[in-house]
Design a binder for this molecule. Structure first.
Ligand SMILES: C[S@@+](CC[C@H](N)C(=O)[O-])C[C@H]1O[C@@H](n2cnc3c(N)ncnc32)[C@H](O)[C@@H]1O
Length: 446
């Protein structure tokens, strides 16, 4: 490591040692927040990559740069029974993370003061590595990714993220300003934080830097975190989609998808996604995922993080089934409810809706996979048909049989229900639910 990089690493360590992140109350629990748990459940990215439901009773999870452990707690809650190890540069953060996990009943979680760059000291590999809000601080992204890759099991999955150069452009300018003013020479503390707060408050409202960066609300809610994580952030760097993909290729990592993939859909940026301008209609299907993401960001740099799941390149399992459910073998298809929907509270709400013959908005409980405007409304008949999923995974034919029993005849003509039509409707429902990962559809490996 160069002297410059070693100095930077030390500055980052000092910054988090004096202001551990995130500054979340110890008692705050993610239990019951299906969206948070969904995104941190190993089943989600494993399915997205392999179209299989992961069976990992001995799941080993590494949380790199765990900070004060709130994300580690989410990982523990989302993956019951998993073995958890959190590492961080800052000893103070590690101590707080340990206290947090103990407080919430995860006393077996392990923590260690260790840099990502020293991961080779760990003599083992993991099924899932979470590296949240850390990679953009590393001076050499490729080196960091290679190190993380070396700690992944062959079928393991890494979640990481980078700050978007375009979305955070104005904050990077603000960081340059406060560096030029000498506030970043050492470890920024209360006096430096006060100077930033006073400067930003007192700038005229129509000054570009204030218009483009300042959030009075965040400055009131948590002034220290807000200033340190935005205006005075040692090591903070921005990346573009091509930067990300170049680094992944270099580190021999294979892109799976963005963790919030549905909110990166290019077509949704147009007024009428179903009827795109002819140039776009013709060319969009020819674009790679990387190209689509790049164009999305150039048009709409709305995501602060380029937040991704990747696996090791050249490790796609031989039993991978086609990603598209357009033409599967439904006779052997198995339907599994996403585990984060499998809660007694949701089951009760669904049973009530069936009894009261009401439509049910599934997206009320679980929006993480779907953009906000997408509503998943299910009729009481469909809900009744799908109810056994709350007890166990089901074969498609069993679900169809149940639907035909519930819906034996047309309520208007009283003619017996057409099994082909019922089957088609059930498939369409399942395909739509699978699109947002409410259900997972799997087939036996061929
Ligand atoms: C912005 S915080 C993120 C904390 C946590 N992952 C989260 O998302 O809430 C960054 C954390 O990464 C740690 N960190 C920074 N560089 C690191 C490195 N090279 N190795 C290990 N931890 C590092 C910092 O000490 C800090 O706790």
């Amino acid at each position: 490591m160069t002297i410059q990089n070693a100095e930077l690493l030390e500055k980052i360590r000092q910054q988090f040692e004096s202001a551990p992140y995130p500054n979340m109350p110890l008692e705050l629990s993610p239990q019951g927040d299906a969206n948070l748990l969904y995104a941190n459940n190993f089943i989600t990215p494993f399915y997205l990559r392999n179209q299989q439901v992961a069976k990992s009773p001995d799941l080993a999870i590494l949380d790199v740069g765990c900070g004060t452990g709130y994300k580690t707690l989410i990982l523990a809650a989302a993956n019951p029974g998993a073995e958890i190890l959190g590492i961080d540069l800052s000893a103070k953060s590690i101590q707080l993370a340990q206290e947090r996990l103990r407080f919430h009943g995860f006393a077996a979680a392990q923590f260690q003061v260790l840099s990502l760059l020293d991961l080779d000291q760990l003599d083992r590999q993991f099924d899932y590595i979470n590296c949240d809000e850390v990679l953009y601080l590393l001076p050499d992204l490729e080196q960091a990714l290679k190190m993380l890759r070396s700690k992944l099991k062959p079928q393991g999955i890494l979640r990481g993220n980078l700050h978007s150069l375009y979305q955070r452009y104005h904050y990077f300018r603000a960081q340059e300003l406060f560096t030029a003013l000498g506030l970043m020479q050492g470890n920024p503390q209360q006096p430096e934080i006060e100077i930033v707060l006073e400067t930003m408050r007192e700038l005229s409202d129509d000054v570009p830097l204030k218009q483009q960066t300042w959030s009075a609300k965040q400055a009131v809610e948590d002034p220290q975190d807000y200033v340190l994580m935005n205006y005075l952030f040692h090591g903070d760097q921005g990346y573009t989609i091509p930067d990300l993909f170049a680094a992944l290729r270099d580190a021999e990592l294979e892109f799976i998808c963005m963790t919030n993939q549905r909110s990166w859909e290019l077509a949704r940026l147009f007024q009428n996604p179903q009827n795109l301008p002819s140039f776009w209609q013709e060319n969009l299907p020819k674009l790679s995922l990387e190209e689509q993401l790049q164009l999305f960001e150039l048009i709409a740099p709305i995501h602060r993080l380029l937040d991704f799941w990747v696996g090791q390149a050249h490790q796609t399992p031989a039993w991978k089934t086609p990603a598209s459910w357009a033409d599967p073998d439904w006779e052997t298809a198995r339907v599994t409810l996403h585990p984060q929907l499998q809660t007694p509270a949701i089951k009760t709400a669904i049973t009530d809706a069936i009894r009261q013959q009401q439509q049910f908005d599934l997206s009320r409980y679980f929006t993480a996979a779907a953009p906000h405007q997408v509503r998943i409304m299910l009729s009481p008949y469909v809900l009744a048909g799908l109810l056994p999923l709350w007890d166990a995974p089901q074969q498609f034919p069993a679900l169809l049989k149940r639907i035909l029993k519930i819906y034996a005849c047309d309520p208007i003509t009283l003619k017996p229900t057409n099994p082909q039509r019922a089957s088609q409707e059930l498939r369409n429902t399942l395909i739509n639910l699978e699109k947002y990962l409410y259900v997972l559809l799997t087939q036996k490996p061929k």
